[in-house]
Design a protein around this ligand. Structure first.
Ligand SMILES: [Fe+2]
Length: 121
């Protein structure tokens, strides 16, 4: 059996997803296409896929999410256990078609990434 997660490498969802993926993968909501140089919203929620929520307790929680356009850092949101939920909305501006990357960190299960392509016109 393969490992469900890695503490030394970036985790990405398996196909088909297992529960470990469903509660750790960042779910990204953003338009498929935007206008160049016009701000738009990118919302991120970690986990919850098919109702499989990540724990949010002392000792096991989503510590942060970071948003990138390719390799370029765009923003970060940090969370505290039990009192914040692992969700954030960023307002960003793009000039060219980009692959957004969202990376999240779970203190027990490491780094998880998801991507979304945005067309810019
Ligand atoms: Fe976790």
């Amino acid at each position: 059996m393969s490992e469900e997660f890695s503490l030394t490498k970036m985790n990405r969802p398996k196909s088909p997803m297992i529960d470990m993926d469903k509660k750790h993968v960042p779910v990204v909501k953003a338009p498929d296409s935007v206008k160049a140089k016009e701000p738009f919203s990118v919302s991120v929620k970690v986990g919850g896929i098919d109702g499989v929520e990540h724990p949010n307790i002392l000792g096991h929680w989503i510590n942060w999410v970071e948003l990138y356009a390719g390799e370029r850092f765009l923003g970060k949101a940090e969370f505290a256990p039990t009192v914040t939920t692992p969700e954030a909305t960023f307002h960003i501006i793009l000039e060219a078609p980009t692959e957004l990357r969202v990376v999240e960190f779970c203190n027990l299960h490491g780094l998880w990434e998801s991507k979304k392509k945005i067309d810019v016109k």
